[in-house]
Write a protein that binds this ligand. Sequence first.
Ligand code: NAD
Length: 265
Amino acid sequence: MKNEKAMVRYDYSDRVVIVTGGGSGIGLGICQAFAESNATVICVDIDQPDSTELPDQVVFYHCDVSDQEQCSSTVRKVIDRFGRIDALINNAGIQPADSYHPIDELPENVFDRMVGINFRGYHLMARNVIPQMKQQQRGVICNIASGQAHRTARHVGVYGPIKAANIMQAKQWAVEYARMGIRVVSVSPGAIDTPMVRASLEAQGGGEALANRHPVGRIGRVDEVANAVMWLCSDSASFVTGADLEVDGGLGAFGAFADPYEGKT
Ligand SMILES: NC(=O)c1ccc[n+]([C@@H]2O[C@H](COP(=O)([O-])OP(=O)(O)OC[C@H]3O[C@@H](n4cnc5c(N)ncnc54)[C@H](O)[C@@H]3O)[C@@H](O)[C@H]2O)c1
């Protein structure tokens, strides 16, 4: 499989798209892809990204997605300024180095932070955009889940279950709002080259093994996830709702993530 950037051109002119965690990694790649397709892109993040990375037309709003007040006021600002919301990409997520423990050794504050951002954050952003989408009778929500929602490894006992919940959130909302013109989908990436994965490899090692567990022999790029999101949010996917798409170089078919604890107790 070629490791070259390829992109189908979509026309997102006059469409307003919110990307949470858009300041880095997969979220940044999604912001760039929508911006290249002429969307009005709102990057929502707790960290202001490097201005050289974010295309000029992307609007940045500072927002902690685990906080209802901040989500509500951010969505309100988007509606007041742009008048509509066509897509929400729930992507802001964390997998901190101190989360790699069996659950009986996992600090409670790490658990709370991960549930707050990775689960509650998706819920809060969705519940705040849905009234506008209902009014429009149109909208797409895309939850970025993970391959670890489908199969697990040791010491990821909080991240995986929350990512599985992100898929179930999408299915639940899809069923709930299907008759109101709202589609909800999820994407489960394999390992993608982002700061999150680089940090995890620094903490645990195993980069080559991780690449080799993917049948294509490498980890993915952010534009490869962005391409899937662009299609799912487009009218080309008008009959797709409640679905999860694994974008993972065959990892799901292969059946296992690299076990960083292989050979260790
Ligand atoms: N990188 C991978 O291999 C991979 C694989 C599967 C799934 N994912 C998922 O993709 C998403 C993005 O991961 P990434 O690798 O690009 O991570 P990343 O660390 O590169 O980027 C995450 C972004 O989220 C932002 N963020 C963190 N907490 C936030 C909060 N409370 N409010 C708003 N923004 C916040 C960060 O500032 C950062 O810009 C996550 O949901 C992750 O679980 C990543």
